[in-house]
Design a protein around this ligand. Structure first.
Ligand SMILES: Nc1ncnc2c1ncn2[C@@H]1O[C@H](COP(=O)(O)OP(=O)(O)O)[C@@H](O)[C@H]1O
Ligand SMILES: [Mg+2]
Length: 335
């Protein structure tokens, strides 16, 4: 188990992280999510030992490691920029850490053969210069180099950010499979909400050096704790006073009309949802075709509300049509 206890991290006088508390369970895939500059990398670097907190302590399995040197922490790290040795071939890159540990040639060979299999490379890659490989392959080498040392904790800092979309999604699911297979406690840093939702057991959403919410992907998305989290994790509609009052009248619920309400786009529908308790009249003012789904914008009593319908083939609604928009009042978040 990893514990961050009341951590503060400074760069000079600038407080990058303040009063950070975190418990991460063994085997967990735990993600730091947040916009650029909110302190995700800084927190990860403190765990890895590249930076010393100005306050607080970090424990791994109840042992304090706050001041332990990097090489004694048994933490593997993969960065966004692959940070491979560009003049070495694949084998030598992966073998680097084992050589430092003075492992025998036979043992090194054995371990490398095992790890490349797990990681979707093969022995034909061994003699290739890493600079010749695609970004995705280079990132596999970086992963292999970290994993071959059998770390207790794996830290991944935006490892997919430099890859193109297709490669990113492919490697993302492989990463998840690998993590399950190894059962290794993993800390993952990203600014990409979809990555966080698909990969994580739990997510900590960071904002300006503090954690806004910790929860499962489901909790973060459906039960956002703050407006910031709600907005950052996905698209949502803002419901104003008029609409909230109409919803209260229809359902008897007690939403607070003096504050905005928020609802996810896919929780409003032009089709009668099985659990809907609200129907609003609106006029379709826009239709966006996304292939897998269609996004409609409705004017409801002067407010624009978007909803998403799965692509049903030929069936779609036209702009200008008046329609009922169905939703469930329990899906409305207020902060
Ligand atoms: N070496 C450094 N010196 C001074 N300020 C830094 C340094 N590294 C990061 N920062 C600042 O600390 C804050 C957090 O940075 P960082 O942890 O890299 O954020 P993230 O990884 O979430 O994008 C930012 O405001 C950044 O400018
Ligand atoms: Mg960063």
């Amino acid at each position: 188990m990893i514990e961050f206890k009341d951590i503060q991290i400074k760069y000079g006088d600038y407080v990058a992280i303040d009063r950070l508390h975190l418990h991460i369970q063994p085997g967990e895939f735990f993600t730091f999510l947040g916009p650029s500059g909110c302190g995700k990398t800084t927190t990860l670097r403190a765990l890895a030992g590249f930076i010393t907190p100005s306050q607080g302590s970090i424990l791994v399995n109840k042992k304090e490691i706050t001041h332990l040197p990097v090489e004694k922490r048994k933490i593997g790290i993969v960065f966004q920029s692959y940070a491979l040795f560009p003049t070495m071939n694949v084998y030598d890159n992966i073998a680097f850490g084992l050589k430092l540990q003075k492992k025998s040639r036979a043992e090194t060979d054995q371990k490398i053969k095992e790890v490349v299999q797990k990681i979707g490379l093969n022995e034909s890659h061994f003699t290739r210069n890493v600079a010749e490989l695609s970004g995705g392959q280079q990132q596999r080498v970086a992963l292999a180099r970290a994993i071959v040392l059998e770390p207790d904790i794996l830290c991944l800092d935006e490892p997919l950010s430099n890859l193109d979309a297709k490669m990113r999604i492919g490697l993302r699911s492989e990463l998840k499979r690998l993590q399950r297979e190894l059962g290794i406690t993993t800390l993952y840093v990203t600014h990409d909400q979809e990555e966080a939702l698909t990969l994580s057991d739990r997510i900590a959403v960071f904002k300006k050096g503090r954690i806004e919410q910790i929860g499962t992907p489901y909790e973060i998305y459906n039960r956002s704790a703050t407006e910031f989290v709600c907005d950052f994790i996905g698209d949502m509609n803002r419901l104003d006073q008029n609409i909230l009052q109409a919803i209260n009248q229809q359902t008897g619920s007690s939403l607070n009309p003096s504050r905005e309400g928020y609802i996810r786009l896919e929780r409003a529908s032009l089709h009668q949802l099985s659990d809907a308790d609200v129907a609003l009249n609106g006029k379709i003012v826009d239709r966006e075709y996304h292939g897998m789904y269609i996004k409609y914008t409705l004017n409801v009593d002067g407010s624009l509300i978007k909803c998403i319908e799965k692509n049903d083939g030929d069936v779609y609604f036209e702009a200008g049509e008046t329609h009922r928009l169905y939703l469930n009042s329990r899906d409305i978040m207020q902060f």
